[in-house]
Ligand binder design. Structure first.
Ligand SMILES: Cc1cc2nc3c(=O)[nH]c(=O)nc-3n(C[C@H](O)[C@H](O)[C@H](O)COP(=O)(O)OP(=O)(O)OC[C@H]3O[C@@H](n4cnc5c(N)ncnc54)[C@H](O)[C@@H]3O)c2cc1C
Length: 374
């Protein structure tokens, strides 16, 4: 019988999926190393949501109370017209946080700091490094690091996000697994409030949307637009990406001109396509992908963190159930987690055109008329 006891395993990426995987692997008895490309834990980016069964998972991890104490509290979402008049309002939690039993919205830093504190004494963290090659041998997997020596592990977990390095090295090029959803977005997090705190506002013209999301003295400014074709751009060239946003939105109504100025001046800017990762298997040999690396559903899902945290729990539970027999465990992970991934990915695809970026004026008016109270 195989044993988990102190087998060395490597996790690539120290974010939602990676820190969750590290937690469960450590608890199961593996000797865990986490390698992260950034110089320090990455805490920036849009807020994330933990929902449904994953609330039970974070309770089992013992971090629920700490996350809940730092939860965000978006109270209201307004759909604006070009005169800044609200055409529709959704009250998100009726002002009652306790009513939200199965939904926890938190800043990424809340999760990352909570997990780093929990794991720092038990787990080896390597920052500012990355895997450059993997070689599978009969009883181990050899990992060649960019800045460090060659090392040997029993298993490798690719938790390195949408543009996963482990996926590219071990499973093949990104384009083989990514599916363009016909839209692009940019997000800029400003360190000031442009609208009252705990509020979201959305403005649309056909095929384009602008969202403001205000919390804790910050405002996320999100531009998004539909595009039938993929746009050819340099992912390292921020000014080129800002120009794409500017060209799409210049001359549009509401507060667009002011927001374009803010985004132009701000260093904190992220641009990408809405796309999903779909793979025939998230595992190959001794390597498994977790989170966006294996099954990114796109920001339109609002479920990326849930998938990442849950996926980590599911794969390690399978390893424990099969007493470290990774072949059986990885098969079970692929089979049992797929229905949930499919459900979330389908929902995200519909969300883009129905809710975030309606195609016509009529669709926008219909969406704005929605005043459902959750
Ligand atoms: C604009 C936007 C809005 C979003 N809104 C929401 C939302 O409302 N709710 C929600 O739940 N989710 C949301 N998401 C999605 C969510 O952020 C992701 O699904 C989630 O962060 C995925 O976690 P992950 O750990 O798989 O990947 P990531 O969080 O992307 O983390 C990957 C980690 O791997 C590291 N890494 C990358 N390359 C390497 C390498 N070569 N070697 C080592 N480390 C590496 C990165 O530095 C990072 O720390 C949004 C995403 C975006 C972009």
């Amino acid at each position: 019988m195989k044993s988990i006891n102190k087998q060395p395993v490597l996790v690539s990426g120290a974010s939602m999926a990676g820190l969750s995987a590290a937690f469960w692997l450590n608890k199961a008895g593996y000797k865990v190393t986490v390698i992260e490309m950034a110089k320090e834990p990455r805490i920036h980016g849009a807020a994330v949501d933990l929902r449904g069964e994953t609330i039970k998972t974070v309770k089992r991890m013992g971090i629920f109370e700490q996350l809940r104490a730092n939860r965000l509290n978006v109270e209201k979402m307004e759909f604006k017209n070009s005169d800044d008049v609200s055409e529709g309002v959704v009250i998100l939690n009726n002002g009652n946080l306790e009513s939200l039993q199965d939904d926890l919205e938190i800043e990424r830093e809340t999760f990352v700091y909570t997990m780093m504190n929990l794991l720092k004494d038990d787990i080896e963290f390597i920052f500012n490094d990355s895997i450059s090659a993997l070689k599978e041998a009969p009883h181990e997997i050899i990992v060649i690091l960019k800045n460090g020596p060659q090392r040997s592990f029993q298993l490798v977990f690719g938790c390195d996000g949408m543009h996963s390095n482990v996926r590219r090295i071990w499973f093949g090029e990104e384009k083989n697994y990514t599916y363009f959803l016909g839209a692009y977005f940019s997000i800029t997090v400003l360190n000031k409030l442009l609208i009252p705190e705990n509020m979201m506002q959305m403005y649309n013209v056909p095929c384009k949307g602008v969202v403001l999301n205000a919390y804790r003295n910050k405002t996320d400014v999100i531009f998004s637009f539909l595009s039938d074709e993929e746009i050819d751009y340099d992912y390292r060239d921020e000014s080129q990406q800002k120009k794409i946003i500017h060209d799409q939105f210049a001359g549009e109504g509401w507060r667009t001109e002011e927001l374009l100025q803010e985004v132009f001046l701000c260093k904190n800017f992220y641009f990408d396509k809405f796309c999903q990762v779909k793979m025939p298997s998230w595992t190959k040999g001794r390597v498994a992908l977790i989170g966006d690396a294996g099954y990114c559903a796109s920001p339109a899902a609002g479920m990326g963190a849930t998938l990442s945290v849950e996926g980590a729990a599911v794969v390690v539970a399978a390893l424990q159930k099969h007493k470290g027999d990774f072949e059986k465990a990885f098969r079970e992970y692929n089979e049992t987690f797929l229905p949930f991934v499919k459900e979330v990915q389908d929902m995200a695809k519909n969300n883009i055109k129905e809710n975030f970026i309606p195609k016509t004026e009529a669709d926008i008016r219909r969406r704005n008329a929605m005043t459902e109270v959750f």
